[in-house]
Design a protein around this ligand. Structure first.
Ligand code: PMP
Ligand code: GLN
Length: 379
């Protein structure tokens, strides 16, 4: 694990703390999630829910997870055998890869990728086969069909897909997902989908890969309360899928954390059951912040790429004379008091992302405005 060093999120948040810069680097909201959820957590803590919960998660949360998947994505699951609660999506991803891969197996993924993917694949002794997302003529991040087809082969064990996608803000279209599904069926591979931003799609629609023909039986679908309910520090996530796959994840989880977040589990169950208005309001709030940041970054002279989902947007630094995102982000706090994240670190083929940086917009509007007014000093 020596090559993995310290994650960029820790490095950039430490830089923000040290310099007092506005932190649009690490993605975490600066306002709390729904009051009903916070009250339920306080009640559970005071009410004695403080010992080990059952390994798959408490029944009320497992039922809430399946009801939410049915309500929003039309997926029907058995809450007793097809759900496991995990320590955030991060543990679900690691446990899924450790459960499904043998050393030497290949994992097809898209780069740039969320940084835990490479580490989890390495922990399993597996090999990543990244397919590069590149801004196309419209600015949307796209992949080359031939490159994706070529990434699949005899050793492919699974495809690891994140949509909506961090750090690009790409939302995979139905046509793109159809192609991925076709390749999974053709090569008889599993799919592990990271859908933590499932409620943050601004223009199009979120389509779970598991909902496509022939995919339900081969897909582990992962999500987390952290994003949807603005509680990234709680680390309550889950994986859903066919019973044999979920049982394999449970077998690994037993020895990673065993169980997690006892008193927070009933609170997340309350949040998942909130009326539709909560979810539409959450999306609308982030859409407004995205629009505010995108227009501010554009005014500041950056070439902003479209963000269709998540709470991130990427921008090209070349119009401001930048060439290397890592250098640019390390200097940004001193130059203007703002922290961003270089997306280069999320690629194996780092050249593809050298000039791109990522900003998070899960922040109050006044914080976004302040960051923009500081960035304008760069021109
Ligand atoms: N996947 C993606 C794409 C993410 O952006 C994050 C955010 N941290 C995670 C997984 C991890 O989620 P969690 O905090 O629930 O472990
Ligand atoms: N998901 C968040 C991001 O991409 C935070 C990740 C982390 O701190 N590990 O910024």
């Amino acid at each position: 694990m020596r090559p993995f060093g310290t994650t960029i999120f820790s490095e950039m948040s430490a830089l923000a703390a040290r310099t007092g810069a506005v932190n649009l680097g690490q993605g975490f909201p600066d306002t709390d999630g729904p009051a009903e959820m916070l009250a339920a957590a306080a009640e559970a803590l005071a009410g004695g829910a403080n010992q080990y919960p059952p390994l798959p998660g408490i029944p009320v949360l497992r039922h809430a997870i399946t009801a939410h998947e049915q309500r929003f994505w039309g997926l029907t699951r058995d809450p007793d055998s097809e759900v496991v609660v995990t320590a955030g999506a991060t543990e679900a991803i690691a446990a899924a890869i450790l459960a499904l891969c043998e050393p030497g197996d290949e994992v097809v993924c898209f780069e740039p990728y969320y940084d835990s993917y490479a580490a989890s694949i390495t922990l399993a002794g597996a090999i990543r086969r990244p397919v590069t997302l590149r801004p196309g003529p419209s600015g949307r991040y796209e992949f080359d069909e031939a490159e994706l087809r070529a990434a699949f082969g005899g050793r492919t064990r699974l495809v690891l897909l994140n949509t909506p996608h961090n750090p690009t803000g790409k939302v995979f279209t139905r046509a793109e997902l159809d192609l991925i599904a076709e390749l999974c069926r053709e090569h008889d591979t599993y799919a592990v989908t990271d859908e933590v931003y499932e409620h943050l799609v601004f223009e199009s629609e979120h389509v779970p890969l598991a909902s496509l023909p022939g995919m339900r039986e081969r897909t582990l679908r992962i999500s987390s309360a952290g994003k949807t309910f603005s509680c990234t520090g709680w680390k309550v996530g889950w994986a859903t899928g066919p019973a044999p796959l979920v049982s394999a994840v449970q077998r690994v989880k037993q020895f990673l954390t065993f169980v997690n977040a006892g008193p927070l589990q009933p609170a997340v169950a309350v949040a998942l059951g909130l009326p539709d208005a909560y979810f539409t309001g959450f999306t609308a709030g982030l859409r407004e912040r995205r629009d505010r940041l995108v227009s501010g970054l554009t005014d500041a002279g950056l070439a902003v790429l479209p963000s269709e989902g998540t709470y991130f947007v990427t921008a090209d630094i070349r119009p401001l004379g930048g060439t290397d995102g890592i250098e640019f982000c390390r200097e940004l706090p001193d130059r203007c008091g703002v922290v961003a994240v270089p997306t280069q670190v999320f690629y194996d083929h780092q050249d593809a992302g050298r000039h791109l940086i990522r900003f998070a917009f899960c922040k109050r509007l006044d914080v976004i405005d302040e960051a923009v007014s500081r960035l304008k000093k760069l021109t």
